[in-house]
Design a protein around this ligand. Structure first.
Ligand code: F6R
Length: 618
Protein backbone atom coordinates (compact mmCIF):
# COMPACT_ATOMS: atom_id res chain seq x y z
CA UNK A 1 0.00 0.00 0.00
CA UNK A 2 1.12 3.53 -0.72
CA UNK A 3 3.16 4.14 -3.83
CA UNK A 4 6.53 5.78 -3.46
CA UNK A 5 8.98 7.36 -5.90
CA UNK A 6 12.34 8.99 -5.33
CA UNK A 7 14.51 10.55 -8.03
CA UNK A 8 17.83 12.35 -8.38
CA UNK A 9 18.96 13.74 -11.74
CA UNK A 10 22.12 15.40 -13.05
CA UNK A 11 21.14 19.07 -12.92
CA UNK A 12 18.26 21.38 -12.23
CA UNK A 13 15.33 20.76 -14.59
CA UNK A 14 11.65 19.87 -14.82
CA UNK A 15 12.52 16.18 -15.03
CA UNK A 16 12.27 15.36 -11.29
CA UNK A 17 8.70 16.64 -11.24
CA UNK A 18 7.86 14.83 -14.49
CA UNK A 19 9.35 11.55 -13.25
CA UNK A 20 7.46 11.84 -9.96
CA UNK A 21 4.14 12.62 -11.67
CA UNK A 22 4.49 9.78 -14.12
CA UNK A 23 5.49 7.37 -11.37
CA UNK A 24 2.52 8.34 -9.22
CA UNK A 25 0.22 7.78 -12.19
CA UNK A 26 1.63 4.25 -12.50
CA UNK A 27 1.53 3.64 -8.76
CA UNK A 28 -2.00 4.80 -8.13
CA UNK A 29 -3.09 1.20 -7.72
CA UNK A 30 -1.15 1.10 -4.46
CA UNK A 31 -3.44 3.70 -2.89
CA UNK A 32 -5.44 6.67 -3.99
CA UNK A 33 -6.66 8.57 -0.93
CA UNK A 34 -4.23 11.45 -1.42
CA UNK A 35 -0.98 12.22 -3.16
CA UNK A 36 1.94 14.59 -2.93
CA UNK A 37 5.35 15.52 -4.27
CA UNK A 38 8.34 17.41 -2.84
CA UNK A 39 11.18 18.69 -5.01
CA UNK A 40 14.58 20.00 -3.95
CA UNK A 41 16.82 22.61 -5.52
CA UNK A 42 19.41 25.04 -4.21
CA UNK A 43 16.63 27.28 -2.89
CA UNK A 44 15.37 24.47 -0.64
CA UNK A 45 12.27 22.29 -0.66
CA UNK A 46 8.95 22.92 -2.39
CA UNK A 47 6.03 20.60 -2.01
CA UNK A 48 2.41 20.07 -2.87
CA UNK A 49 -0.06 17.52 -1.50
CA UNK A 50 -3.77 17.01 -1.85
CA UNK A 51 -6.46 14.73 -0.51
CA UNK A 52 -8.32 12.79 -3.20
CA UNK A 53 -7.24 11.01 -6.33
CA UNK A 54 -4.15 11.96 -8.29
CA UNK A 55 -6.26 14.10 -10.64
CA UNK A 56 -6.80 16.55 -7.75
CA UNK A 57 -3.05 16.90 -7.29
CA UNK A 58 -2.61 17.27 -11.04
CA UNK A 59 -5.13 20.13 -11.13
CA UNK A 60 -3.35 21.85 -8.27
CA UNK A 61 0.00 21.42 -10.05
CA UNK A 62 -1.43 22.83 -13.27
CA UNK A 63 -2.47 25.95 -11.39
CA UNK A 64 0.71 26.21 -9.37
CA UNK A 65 3.60 24.09 -10.71
CA UNK A 66 6.57 23.12 -8.58
CA UNK A 67 9.91 24.70 -9.61
CA UNK A 68 12.73 23.00 -11.55
CA UNK A 69 14.80 20.82 -9.25
CA UNK A 70 17.45 18.12 -9.06
CA UNK A 71 15.63 15.70 -6.76
CA UNK A 72 12.06 14.68 -5.98
CA UNK A 73 10.09 12.35 -3.75
CA UNK A 74 6.44 11.46 -4.30
CA UNK A 75 3.72 9.46 -2.60
CA UNK A 76 0.25 8.15 -3.32
CA UNK A 77 -1.49 7.13 -0.11
CA UNK A 78 -3.74 4.42 1.25
CA UNK A 79 -4.70 5.84 4.62
CA UNK A 80 -3.91 3.91 7.80
CA UNK A 81 -3.33 6.49 10.55
CA UNK A 82 -5.46 9.56 9.97
CA UNK A 83 -8.12 10.05 7.31
CA UNK A 84 -7.50 11.18 3.75
CA UNK A 85 -6.93 14.93 4.25
CA UNK A 86 -4.41 17.42 2.87
CA UNK A 87 -2.64 17.51 6.23
CA UNK A 88 -2.33 13.74 6.42
CA UNK A 89 -1.12 13.44 2.83
CA UNK A 90 2.59 12.91 2.24
CA UNK A 91 5.23 14.32 2.06
CA UNK A 92 5.30 15.01 5.77
CA UNK A 93 7.54 17.97 6.57
CA UNK A 94 9.67 18.17 9.70
CA UNK A 95 8.92 20.87 12.30
CA UNK A 96 11.82 23.01 11.01
CA UNK A 97 11.22 22.37 7.30
CA UNK A 98 14.66 20.71 7.06
CA UNK A 99 13.45 17.42 5.61
CA UNK A 100 10.47 16.06 3.70
CA UNK A 101 9.55 12.42 4.17
CA UNK A 102 7.26 9.92 2.47
CA UNK A 103 6.36 6.70 4.22
CA UNK A 104 4.71 3.38 3.48
CA UNK A 105 3.91 0.97 6.31
CA UNK A 106 2.90 1.35 9.93
CA UNK A 107 5.12 2.68 12.70
CA UNK A 108 3.96 0.65 15.64
CA UNK A 109 5.73 2.79 18.26
CA UNK A 110 4.51 6.08 16.82
CA UNK A 111 2.50 6.97 19.97
CA UNK A 112 5.61 6.77 22.13
CA UNK A 113 7.63 8.74 19.60
CA UNK A 114 4.89 11.33 19.21
CA UNK A 115 4.71 11.83 22.97
CA UNK A 116 8.48 12.21 23.21
CA UNK A 117 8.51 14.78 20.41
CA UNK A 118 5.58 16.73 21.86
CA UNK A 119 7.39 16.86 25.20
CA UNK A 120 10.37 18.28 23.33
CA UNK A 121 8.11 21.10 22.14
CA UNK A 122 7.31 19.89 18.61
CA UNK A 123 3.81 20.56 17.35
CA UNK A 124 2.27 17.93 15.12
CA UNK A 125 0.39 19.02 12.01
CA UNK A 126 -1.19 15.69 11.07
CA UNK A 127 -2.68 12.56 12.58
CA UNK A 128 -0.23 10.30 10.77
CA UNK A 129 2.31 7.96 12.31
CA UNK A 130 4.68 9.09 9.55
CA UNK A 131 5.04 12.65 10.82
CA UNK A 132 6.97 11.40 13.85
CA UNK A 133 9.59 9.94 11.48
CA UNK A 134 9.98 13.32 9.74
CA UNK A 135 10.59 15.12 13.04
CA UNK A 136 12.95 12.46 14.33
CA UNK A 137 14.91 12.59 11.10
CA UNK A 138 15.26 16.38 11.25
CA UNK A 139 16.56 16.16 14.81
CA UNK A 140 19.04 13.42 13.94
CA UNK A 141 20.14 15.34 10.83
CA UNK A 142 20.73 18.50 12.87
CA UNK A 143 22.84 16.48 15.29
CA UNK A 144 24.78 14.29 12.85
CA UNK A 145 24.97 16.54 9.79
CA UNK A 146 24.69 13.57 7.45
CA UNK A 147 21.34 12.49 6.01
CA UNK A 148 22.13 8.76 5.45
CA UNK A 149 23.62 8.54 8.95
CA UNK A 150 20.57 10.31 10.37
CA UNK A 151 18.25 7.94 8.50
CA UNK A 152 20.07 4.93 9.94
CA UNK A 153 19.75 6.36 13.45
CA UNK A 154 16.01 6.93 12.96
CA UNK A 155 15.44 3.53 11.35
CA UNK A 156 16.98 1.85 14.37
CA UNK A 157 14.42 3.57 16.59
CA UNK A 158 11.36 2.68 14.56
CA UNK A 159 9.21 -0.36 15.21
CA UNK A 160 6.81 -1.86 12.69
CA UNK A 161 7.06 -1.82 8.93
CA UNK A 162 8.33 1.01 6.84
CA UNK A 163 9.73 2.32 3.66
CA UNK A 164 10.87 5.88 4.23
CA UNK A 165 12.29 8.26 1.66
CA UNK A 166 13.70 11.63 2.61
CA UNK A 167 15.08 14.67 0.89
CA UNK A 168 16.77 17.54 2.73
CA UNK A 169 16.33 21.27 2.29
CA UNK A 170 20.09 21.90 2.24
CA UNK A 171 21.13 18.99 0.00
CA UNK A 172 19.16 18.76 -3.25
CA UNK A 173 21.51 16.19 -4.75
CA UNK A 174 20.49 13.11 -2.81
CA UNK A 175 17.51 11.09 -1.70
CA UNK A 176 17.84 8.63 1.15
CA UNK A 177 15.59 5.61 1.67
CA UNK A 178 15.19 3.04 4.42
CA UNK A 179 13.23 -0.17 4.43
CA UNK A 180 12.07 -2.71 6.92
CA UNK A 181 9.61 -5.25 5.49
CA UNK A 182 7.80 -2.68 3.32
CA UNK A 183 9.04 -2.70 -0.28
CA UNK A 184 11.70 -0.54 -1.90
CA UNK A 185 13.68 -1.11 -5.10
CA UNK A 186 16.34 0.96 -6.85
CA UNK A 187 16.19 1.88 -10.53
CA UNK A 188 19.56 2.48 -12.18
CA UNK A 189 19.52 5.14 -14.90
CA UNK A 190 22.20 6.90 -16.98
CA UNK A 191 23.24 9.90 -14.92
CA UNK A 192 20.10 9.58 -12.80
CA UNK A 193 18.75 7.11 -10.26
CA UNK A 194 15.38 6.14 -8.89
CA UNK A 195 13.77 4.63 -5.82
CA UNK A 196 10.35 3.02 -6.06
CA UNK A 197 7.94 1.04 -3.97
CA UNK A 198 7.94 -1.35 -6.92
CA UNK A 199 9.47 -1.45 -10.36
CA UNK A 200 6.32 0.04 -11.91
CA UNK A 201 7.52 3.38 -10.48
CA UNK A 202 10.42 3.58 -12.92
CA UNK A 203 9.82 0.87 -15.54
CA UNK A 204 9.27 3.54 -18.21
CA UNK A 205 12.70 5.04 -17.45
CA UNK A 206 15.01 2.06 -16.98
CA UNK A 207 14.99 -1.72 -16.91
CA UNK A 208 17.99 -2.03 -14.59
CA UNK A 209 17.14 -2.45 -10.94
CA UNK A 210 18.64 -3.39 -7.59
CA UNK A 211 16.98 -5.49 -4.92
CA UNK A 212 17.16 -4.15 -1.38
CA UNK A 213 17.08 -6.43 1.62
CA UNK A 214 15.55 -6.17 5.05
CA UNK A 215 16.78 -3.36 7.33
CA UNK A 216 18.76 -1.48 4.72
CA UNK A 217 19.37 2.19 3.96
CA UNK A 218 20.01 3.36 0.42
CA UNK A 219 21.34 6.69 -0.76
CA UNK A 220 20.96 7.75 -4.37
CA UNK A 221 22.63 10.62 -6.14
CA UNK A 222 22.63 11.26 -9.91
CA UNK A 223 25.55 8.91 -10.44
CA UNK A 224 25.87 6.71 -7.38
CA UNK A 225 23.89 4.29 -5.25
CA UNK A 226 25.10 3.30 -1.82
CA UNK A 227 23.45 0.62 0.30
CA UNK A 228 24.14 -0.15 3.95
CA UNK A 229 22.51 -2.00 6.79
CA UNK A 230 20.89 0.00 9.59
CA UNK A 231 24.25 -0.40 11.35
CA UNK A 232 26.09 1.42 8.56
CA UNK A 233 27.90 -1.60 7.18
CA UNK A 234 28.05 -1.53 3.35
CA UNK A 235 25.87 -4.09 1.57
CA UNK A 236 26.10 -5.40 -2.01
CA UNK A 237 22.66 -5.24 -3.61
CA UNK A 238 21.79 -7.74 -6.36
CA UNK A 239 21.08 -6.26 -9.80
CA UNK A 240 18.26 -7.62 -11.92
CA UNK A 241 16.58 -6.77 -15.18
CA UNK A 242 12.93 -5.80 -15.35
CA UNK A 243 11.48 -7.62 -18.34
CA UNK A 244 8.14 -5.82 -18.20
CA UNK A 245 7.14 -3.92 -21.26
CA UNK A 246 6.43 -0.39 -19.99
CA UNK A 247 3.69 0.00 -22.61
CA UNK A 248 1.82 -2.85 -20.89
CA UNK A 249 1.05 -0.42 -18.09
CA UNK A 250 -0.99 1.94 -20.30
CA UNK A 251 -4.62 1.44 -21.28
CA UNK A 252 -3.85 0.87 -24.94
CA UNK A 253 -7.20 2.05 -26.30
CA UNK A 254 -9.37 0.44 -23.62
CA UNK A 255 -11.56 2.60 -21.40
CA UNK A 256 -10.14 1.04 -18.24
CA UNK A 257 -7.11 -0.96 -17.16
CA UNK A 258 -9.45 -3.72 -16.04
CA UNK A 259 -10.88 -4.18 -19.54
CA UNK A 260 -7.39 -4.15 -20.98
CA UNK A 261 -6.14 -6.65 -18.44
CA UNK A 262 -9.05 -8.98 -19.11
CA UNK A 263 -8.05 -8.83 -22.78
CA UNK A 264 -4.39 -9.40 -21.81
CA UNK A 265 -5.27 -12.76 -20.28
CA UNK A 266 -4.51 -15.03 -23.22
CA UNK A 267 -1.04 -13.45 -23.43
CA UNK A 268 -0.53 -13.68 -19.67
CA UNK A 269 -1.24 -17.42 -19.73
CA UNK A 270 0.78 -17.97 -22.91
CA UNK A 271 3.81 -16.10 -21.52
CA UNK A 272 3.64 -17.96 -18.23
CA UNK A 273 3.72 -21.30 -20.05
CA UNK A 274 6.41 -20.24 -22.51
CA UNK A 275 9.76 -22.01 -22.75
CA UNK A 276 9.07 -24.73 -20.23
CA UNK A 277 9.60 -27.78 -22.44
CA UNK A 278 13.01 -29.20 -23.35
CA UNK A 279 13.51 -30.43 -26.94
CA UNK A 280 12.91 -33.95 -25.59
CA UNK A 281 9.49 -32.94 -24.28
CA UNK A 282 10.54 -32.77 -20.63
CA UNK A 283 8.95 -30.08 -18.47
CA UNK A 284 11.60 -27.89 -16.88
CA UNK A 285 11.24 -25.12 -14.33
CA UNK A 286 14.70 -23.58 -14.16
CA UNK A 287 13.78 -21.26 -11.33
CA UNK A 288 13.05 -24.11 -8.92
CA UNK A 289 16.28 -23.89 -7.03
CA UNK A 290 15.07 -26.41 -4.45
CA UNK A 291 16.94 -29.67 -4.57
CA UNK A 292 15.08 -32.39 -6.49
CA UNK A 293 15.59 -34.83 -3.62
CA UNK A 294 13.86 -32.37 -1.29
CA UNK A 295 10.94 -31.98 -3.70
CA UNK A 296 10.67 -35.76 -3.98
CA UNK A 297 10.47 -36.16 -0.23
CA UNK A 298 7.81 -33.48 0.34
CA UNK A 299 4.91 -35.05 2.23
CA UNK A 300 2.56 -32.08 2.30
CA UNK A 301 2.06 -28.87 0.35
CA UNK A 302 0.56 -25.83 2.02
CA UNK A 303 -0.53 -22.97 -0.23
CA UNK A 304 -0.63 -19.58 1.47
CA UNK A 305 -2.10 -16.50 -0.17
CA UNK A 306 -4.82 -13.89 0.21
CA UNK A 307 -7.90 -12.93 -1.79
CA UNK A 308 -7.84 -13.79 -5.46
CA UNK A 309 -4.39 -15.38 -5.14
CA UNK A 310 -5.83 -17.74 -2.52
CA UNK A 311 -8.56 -18.78 -4.96
CA UNK A 312 -5.82 -19.60 -7.48
CA UNK A 313 -4.38 -21.75 -4.68
CA UNK A 314 -7.71 -23.55 -4.26
CA UNK A 315 -7.72 -24.39 -7.96
CA UNK A 316 -4.12 -25.61 -7.64
CA UNK A 317 -5.10 -27.92 -4.79
CA UNK A 318 -7.45 -29.93 -7.02
CA UNK A 319 -4.87 -30.25 -9.78
CA UNK A 320 -1.78 -30.94 -7.65
CA UNK A 321 -3.49 -33.54 -5.47
CA UNK A 322 -4.84 -35.29 -8.55
CA UNK A 323 -1.54 -35.27 -10.43
CA UNK A 324 0.94 -35.71 -7.57
CA UNK A 325 -1.00 -37.68 -4.96
CA UNK A 326 0.37 -35.41 -2.24
CA UNK A 327 -1.96 -33.65 0.21
CA UNK A 328 -2.41 -29.94 -0.44
CA UNK A 329 -3.83 -27.51 2.11
CA UNK A 330 -4.80 -23.98 1.16
CA UNK A 331 -4.84 -21.35 3.82
CA UNK A 332 -5.29 -17.61 3.99
CA UNK A 333 -1.84 -16.28 4.86
CA UNK A 334 -3.09 -14.19 7.82
CA UNK A 335 -4.77 -17.22 9.37
CA UNK A 336 -1.79 -19.50 8.76
CA UNK A 337 0.59 -17.10 10.43
CA UNK A 338 -1.24 -16.87 13.73
CA UNK A 339 -2.49 -20.38 14.41
CA UNK A 340 0.63 -22.47 15.02
CA UNK A 341 0.32 -24.62 11.87
CA UNK A 342 1.98 -28.01 11.65
CA UNK A 343 4.83 -27.42 9.24
CA UNK A 344 8.01 -29.51 9.01
CA UNK A 345 11.09 -29.72 6.84
CA UNK A 346 9.07 -32.06 4.58
CA UNK A 347 6.42 -29.42 3.98
CA UNK A 348 6.56 -27.41 0.78
CA UNK A 349 4.90 -24.05 1.31
CA UNK A 350 3.72 -22.38 -1.89
CA UNK A 351 3.15 -18.64 -1.47
CA UNK A 352 1.10 -17.08 -4.26
CA UNK A 353 1.16 -13.32 -4.74
CA UNK A 354 0.82 -10.95 -7.68
CA UNK A 355 2.55 -8.06 -5.97
CA UNK A 356 4.99 -10.10 -3.94
CA UNK A 357 4.47 -7.49 -1.24
CA UNK A 358 1.30 -8.56 0.56
CA UNK A 359 2.28 -8.19 4.20
CA UNK A 360 0.10 -11.05 5.42
CA UNK A 361 1.80 -13.37 2.94
CA UNK A 362 5.29 -12.08 3.73
CA UNK A 363 4.71 -12.78 7.43
CA UNK A 364 3.40 -16.26 6.64
CA UNK A 365 6.44 -16.98 4.44
CA UNK A 366 8.77 -15.96 7.24
CA UNK A 367 6.86 -18.07 9.73
CA UNK A 368 6.97 -21.12 7.45
CA UNK A 369 10.73 -20.78 6.93
CA UNK A 370 11.28 -20.41 10.67
CA UNK A 371 9.51 -23.77 11.07
CA UNK A 372 11.95 -25.37 8.62
CA UNK A 373 9.66 -25.56 5.58
CA UNK A 374 10.89 -24.80 2.05
CA UNK A 375 9.03 -21.92 0.51
CA UNK A 376 8.37 -21.69 -3.18
CA UNK A 377 6.67 -18.50 -4.27
CA UNK A 378 4.54 -17.93 -7.34
CA UNK A 379 4.99 -14.21 -7.90
CA UNK A 380 4.38 -11.69 -10.67
CA UNK A 381 6.52 -8.75 -9.58
CA UNK A 382 10.28 -9.06 -9.98
CA UNK A 383 12.45 -7.93 -7.11
CA UNK A 384 9.56 -8.16 -4.67
CA UNK A 385 9.97 -9.16 -1.05
CA UNK A 386 8.18 -12.51 -1.28
CA UNK A 387 10.26 -13.62 -4.27
CA UNK A 388 13.44 -12.58 -2.51
CA UNK A 389 12.62 -14.21 0.80
CA UNK A 390 11.53 -17.56 -0.68
CA UNK A 391 13.77 -20.54 -1.33
CA UNK A 392 12.72 -20.33 -4.97
CA UNK A 393 10.40 -18.16 -7.05
CA UNK A 394 8.34 -19.31 -10.01
CA UNK A 395 7.39 -16.16 -11.90
CA UNK A 396 4.08 -15.60 -13.57
CA UNK A 397 4.48 -13.50 -16.68
CA UNK A 398 1.30 -11.46 -16.57
CA UNK A 399 3.17 -8.15 -16.89
CA UNK A 400 2.18 -5.16 -14.80
CA UNK A 401 -1.35 -5.44 -13.41
CA UNK A 402 -2.63 -1.94 -12.76
CA UNK A 403 -6.36 -2.35 -12.07
CA UNK A 404 -6.75 -2.92 -8.37
CA UNK A 405 -8.92 -6.00 -8.79
CA UNK A 406 -6.87 -8.88 -10.08
CA UNK A 407 -7.75 -10.62 -13.37
CA UNK A 408 -4.83 -11.59 -15.57
CA UNK A 409 -2.60 -12.32 -12.57
CA UNK A 410 -5.21 -14.83 -11.39
CA UNK A 411 -5.12 -16.75 -14.65
CA UNK A 412 -1.32 -16.61 -14.75
CA UNK A 413 -1.17 -17.89 -11.16
CA UNK A 414 -3.38 -20.83 -12.06
CA UNK A 415 -1.22 -21.60 -15.11
CA UNK A 416 1.98 -21.41 -13.04
CA UNK A 417 0.65 -23.72 -10.34
CA UNK A 418 -0.41 -26.21 -13.04
CA UNK A 419 3.19 -26.18 -14.25
CA UNK A 420 4.36 -26.75 -10.71
CA UNK A 421 1.94 -29.66 -10.27
CA UNK A 422 3.00 -31.29 -13.53
CA UNK A 423 6.67 -30.77 -12.70
CA UNK A 424 6.25 -32.44 -9.31
CA UNK A 425 4.26 -35.27 -10.89
CA UNK A 426 7.08 -35.79 -13.41
CA UNK A 427 9.71 -35.70 -10.67
CA UNK A 428 7.85 -37.96 -8.28
CA UNK A 429 6.76 -40.33 -11.01
CA UNK A 430 3.04 -40.02 -10.32
CA UNK A 431 2.32 -39.36 -14.01
CA UNK A 432 3.80 -40.95 -17.10
CA UNK A 433 5.78 -38.57 -19.34
CA UNK A 434 3.17 -38.81 -22.09
CA UNK A 435 0.42 -37.95 -19.59
CA UNK A 436 2.35 -34.82 -18.57
CA UNK A 437 2.81 -33.91 -22.23
CA UNK A 438 -0.88 -34.44 -22.96
CA UNK A 439 -1.86 -31.96 -20.20
CA UNK A 440 0.76 -29.51 -21.43
CA UNK A 441 -0.69 -29.73 -24.93
CA UNK A 442 -4.14 -28.96 -23.51
CA UNK A 443 -2.64 -26.05 -21.56
CA UNK A 444 -1.09 -24.65 -24.72
CA UNK A 445 -4.56 -24.45 -26.24
CA UNK A 446 -5.95 -22.42 -23.34
CA UNK A 447 -4.90 -18.92 -24.54
CA UNK A 448 -6.93 -19.36 -27.73
CA UNK A 449 -9.92 -20.62 -25.74
CA UNK A 450 -9.72 -17.69 -23.31
CA UNK A 451 -9.62 -15.37 -26.31
CA UNK A 452 -12.84 -16.90 -27.63
CA UNK A 453 -14.63 -16.34 -24.32
CA UNK A 454 -13.50 -12.71 -24.25
CA UNK A 455 -14.63 -12.28 -27.86
CA UNK A 456 -18.16 -13.39 -26.96
CA UNK A 457 -18.64 -10.78 -24.24
CA UNK A 458 -21.72 -9.00 -25.66
CA UNK A 459 -24.24 -11.27 -23.93
CA UNK A 460 -22.51 -10.71 -20.58
CA UNK A 461 -22.54 -6.94 -21.08
CA UNK A 462 -26.26 -7.01 -21.94
CA UNK A 463 -26.97 -9.04 -18.83
CA UNK A 464 -24.90 -6.62 -16.74
CA UNK A 465 -26.92 -3.67 -18.00
CA UNK A 466 -30.12 -5.38 -16.90
CA UNK A 467 -28.72 -6.21 -13.46
CA UNK A 468 -27.23 -2.96 -12.29
CA UNK A 469 -29.83 -2.56 -9.56
CA UNK A 470 -29.74 -6.06 -8.07
CA UNK A 471 -28.75 -6.18 -4.43
CA UNK A 472 -27.38 -9.68 -4.16
CA UNK A 473 -25.94 -12.32 -6.46
CA UNK A 474 -24.96 -15.87 -5.52
CA UNK A 475 -22.32 -17.96 -7.26
CA UNK A 476 -22.24 -21.76 -7.13
CA UNK A 477 -19.67 -24.28 -8.23
CA UNK A 478 -18.30 -27.69 -7.39
CA UNK A 479 -14.78 -29.09 -7.55
CA UNK A 480 -12.61 -26.52 -9.40
CA UNK A 481 -15.82 -24.59 -10.10
CA UNK A 482 -16.04 -23.78 -6.39
CA UNK A 483 -13.01 -21.44 -6.24
CA UNK A 484 -14.20 -19.99 -9.57
CA UNK A 485 -17.55 -19.20 -7.91
CA UNK A 486 -15.77 -17.55 -4.99
CA UNK A 487 -13.63 -15.49 -7.32
CA UNK A 488 -16.72 -14.45 -9.33
CA UNK A 489 -18.35 -13.27 -6.10
CA UNK A 490 -15.24 -11.40 -4.98
CA UNK A 491 -15.00 -9.58 -8.32
CA UNK A 492 -18.64 -8.47 -8.11
CA UNK A 493 -18.28 -7.26 -4.51
CA UNK A 494 -15.14 -5.26 -5.06
CA UNK A 495 -15.97 -3.79 -8.47
CA UNK A 496 -19.73 -3.27 -8.35
CA UNK A 497 -20.30 -3.04 -4.57
CA UNK A 498 -23.00 -5.67 -4.81
CA UNK A 499 -23.41 -8.25 -2.09
CA UNK A 500 -22.23 -11.55 -3.52
CA UNK A 501 -21.27 -14.93 -2.13
CA UNK A 502 -19.64 -17.94 -3.66
CA UNK A 503 -20.70 -21.35 -2.38
CA UNK A 504 -19.75 -24.94 -2.98
CA UNK A 505 -22.94 -26.04 -4.73
CA UNK A 506 -23.22 -29.11 -2.48
CA UNK A 507 -23.25 -26.89 0.59
CA UNK A 508 -26.38 -25.09 -0.51
CA UNK A 509 -28.82 -27.46 1.13
CA UNK A 510 -26.93 -27.11 4.43
CA UNK A 511 -28.16 -23.56 4.90
CA UNK A 512 -27.55 -21.04 2.12
CA UNK A 513 -30.55 -22.25 0.11
CA UNK A 514 -32.66 -20.24 2.57
CA UNK A 515 -31.38 -17.16 0.72
CA UNK A 516 -33.11 -18.19 -2.50
CA UNK A 517 -36.21 -16.19 -3.16
CA UNK A 518 -38.19 -15.19 -6.22
CA UNK A 519 -35.83 -13.65 -8.78
CA UNK A 520 -32.60 -14.17 -6.81
CA UNK A 521 -29.77 -14.16 -9.36
CA UNK A 522 -27.58 -17.25 -9.16
CA UNK A 523 -24.55 -17.85 -11.35
CA UNK A 524 -23.70 -21.53 -11.64
CA UNK A 525 -20.39 -22.83 -12.95
CA UNK A 526 -21.18 -26.16 -14.58
CA UNK A 527 -18.39 -28.74 -14.97
CA UNK A 528 -17.75 -30.45 -18.26
CA UNK A 529 -20.32 -33.16 -19.04
CA UNK A 530 -17.52 -35.25 -20.53
CA UNK A 531 -15.51 -37.49 -18.26
CA UNK A 532 -16.80 -36.75 -14.79
CA UNK A 533 -20.52 -37.30 -15.29
CA UNK A 534 -21.33 -37.51 -11.61
CA UNK A 535 -20.01 -34.02 -10.94
CA UNK A 536 -21.90 -32.58 -13.90
CA UNK A 537 -25.15 -34.22 -12.93
CA UNK A 538 -24.86 -33.13 -9.32
CA UNK A 539 -24.49 -29.50 -10.38
CA UNK A 540 -27.50 -29.82 -12.69
CA UNK A 541 -29.47 -31.02 -9.68
CA UNK A 542 -28.30 -27.98 -7.72
CA UNK A 543 -29.46 -25.68 -10.52
CA UNK A 544 -32.86 -27.31 -10.46
CA UNK A 545 -33.07 -26.96 -6.69
CA UNK A 546 -32.54 -23.20 -6.77
CA UNK A 547 -34.70 -22.74 -9.84
CA UNK A 548 -37.57 -24.56 -8.20
CA UNK A 549 -37.41 -21.93 -5.46
CA UNK A 550 -37.63 -18.99 -7.84
CA UNK A 551 -33.96 -18.29 -8.62
CA UNK A 552 -32.89 -16.77 -11.93
CA UNK A 553 -30.16 -19.12 -13.12
CA UNK A 554 -27.21 -17.75 -15.07
CA UNK A 555 -25.16 -20.68 -16.17
CA UNK A 556 -21.55 -20.91 -17.35
CA UNK A 557 -21.41 -24.17 -19.29
CA UNK A 558 -19.30 -25.98 -21.83
CA UNK A 559 -20.29 -25.54 -25.48
CA UNK A 560 -22.80 -28.18 -26.47
CA UNK A 561 -23.99 -28.92 -22.93
CA UNK A 562 -27.71 -28.84 -23.76
CA UNK A 563 -28.58 -30.53 -20.47
CA UNK A 564 -27.24 -27.50 -18.58
CA UNK A 565 -28.94 -25.10 -20.99
CA UNK A 566 -32.28 -26.76 -20.28
CA UNK A 567 -32.15 -25.51 -16.68
CA UNK A 568 -30.75 -22.06 -17.36
CA UNK A 569 -32.45 -18.73 -17.73
CA UNK A 570 -29.35 -17.72 -19.61
CA UNK A 571 -26.22 -19.61 -20.66
CA UNK A 572 -22.71 -18.30 -21.19
CA UNK A 573 -20.76 -20.79 -23.25
CA UNK A 574 -17.12 -21.61 -22.72
CA UNK A 575 -15.06 -23.91 -25.00
CA UNK A 576 -14.74 -27.59 -24.19
CA UNK A 577 -11.88 -28.00 -21.73
CA UNK A 578 -10.67 -30.81 -19.44
CA UNK A 579 -12.20 -30.36 -15.99
CA UNK A 580 -9.00 -29.44 -14.12
CA UNK A 581 -8.10 -26.70 -16.61
CA UNK A 582 -11.63 -25.31 -16.90
CA UNK A 583 -11.16 -22.45 -14.35
CA UNK A 584 -9.02 -20.68 -16.96
CA UNK A 585 -12.08 -20.19 -19.14
CA UNK A 586 -14.96 -20.41 -16.65
CA UNK A 587 -13.88 -17.41 -14.59
CA UNK A 588 -13.65 -15.07 -17.58
CA UNK A 589 -17.41 -14.42 -18.02
CA UNK A 590 -17.64 -13.72 -14.29
CA UNK A 591 -14.80 -11.17 -14.45
CA UNK A 592 -16.43 -9.53 -17.47
CA UNK A 593 -19.79 -9.45 -15.74
CA UNK A 594 -18.42 -7.70 -12.65
CA UNK A 595 -16.51 -5.22 -14.79
CA UNK A 596 -19.56 -4.49 -16.94
CA UNK A 597 -21.95 -4.03 -13.97
CA UNK A 598 -19.50 -1.60 -12.35
CA UNK A 599 -19.18 0.29 -15.62
CA UNK A 600 -22.96 0.55 -16.05
CA UNK A 601 -23.21 1.82 -12.48
CA UNK A 602 -20.67 4.51 -13.32
CA UNK A 603 -18.15 3.24 -10.75
CA UNK A 604 -14.39 3.55 -10.91
CA UNK A 605 -13.56 0.09 -12.19
CA UNK A 606 -9.80 0.44 -11.82
CA UNK A 607 -9.82 1.94 -8.36
CA UNK A 608 -12.73 0.61 -6.31
CA UNK A 609 -13.43 2.35 -3.04
CA UNK A 610 -11.42 1.48 0.10
CA UNK A 611 -9.01 -0.84 -1.69
CA UNK A 612 -5.37 -0.76 -2.66
CA UNK A 613 -3.57 -3.18 -4.87
CA UNK A 614 -0.58 -4.03 -2.72
CA UNK A 615 -1.77 -4.66 0.80
CA UNK A 616 1.48 -3.92 2.57
CA UNK A 617 0.02 -3.67 6.07
CA UNK A 618 -1.21 -6.56 8.22
C1 F6R B 1 -8.82 -9.08 -5.61
C2 F6R B 1 -7.42 -8.86 -5.34
C3 F6R B 1 -6.91 -9.21 -3.99
C4 F6R B 1 -5.48 -9.78 -4.10
C5 F6R B 1 -4.91 -10.00 -2.70
C6 F6R B 1 -3.53 -10.61 -2.75
O1 F6R B 1 -9.15 -8.71 -6.90
O2 F6R B 1 -6.69 -8.38 -6.17
O3 F6R B 1 -7.76 -10.08 -3.32
O4 F6R B 1 -5.53 -10.97 -4.81
O5 F6R B 1 -4.85 -8.79 -2.01
O6 F6R B 1 -2.64 -9.77 -3.44
P1 F6R B 1 -1.28 -10.33 -4.00
O7 F6R B 1 -1.59 -11.33 -5.05
O8 F6R B 1 -0.57 -9.14 -4.53
O9 F6R B 1 -0.57 -10.96 -2.84
Amino acid sequence: MCGIIGYVGPGVSDRPLRVAREALARLQYRGYDSAGIAVANSDGLSFIKRAGKLSVLEEALAADPLPPASAAIGHTRWATHGGPTDANAHPQLSYDGAVAVVHNGILENHQVLRQELIEAGIEFQSETDSEAAAHLLARAYAELGDLPEAMRAVARRLEGTFTLLAVAQDNPRLVVGARRTSPLVVGLGEGENFLGSDVAAFVAQTDRALELGQDQVVTITADAVEVTGFDGRPVRAREFRVDWDASAAVKGGFATFMEKEIHDQPTAVRDTLLGRLTPTGHLQLDELRIDESVLRSVDKIVVIACGTAAYAGHVAKYAIEHWCRVPVEVELAHEFRYRDPVVTSKTLVVAISQSGETMDTIMAVRHAREQGARVLSVVNTMGSTIARESDAALYTHAGPEVAVASTKAFLAQIAATYLLGLYLAQLRGTMFPDEVRAVLRELEQMPAKIERVIGGGDAIRELAASMKDVESVLFLGRHVGYPVAMEGALKLKELAYIHAEGFAAGELKHGPIALIDQGQAVFVVVPSPRGRDVLHDKVLSNIQEVRARGARTLVVAEEGDQAAAAHADQVFWVPQTPTLLAPLVAVVPLQMFACAVATVKGLDVDQPRNLAKSVTVE
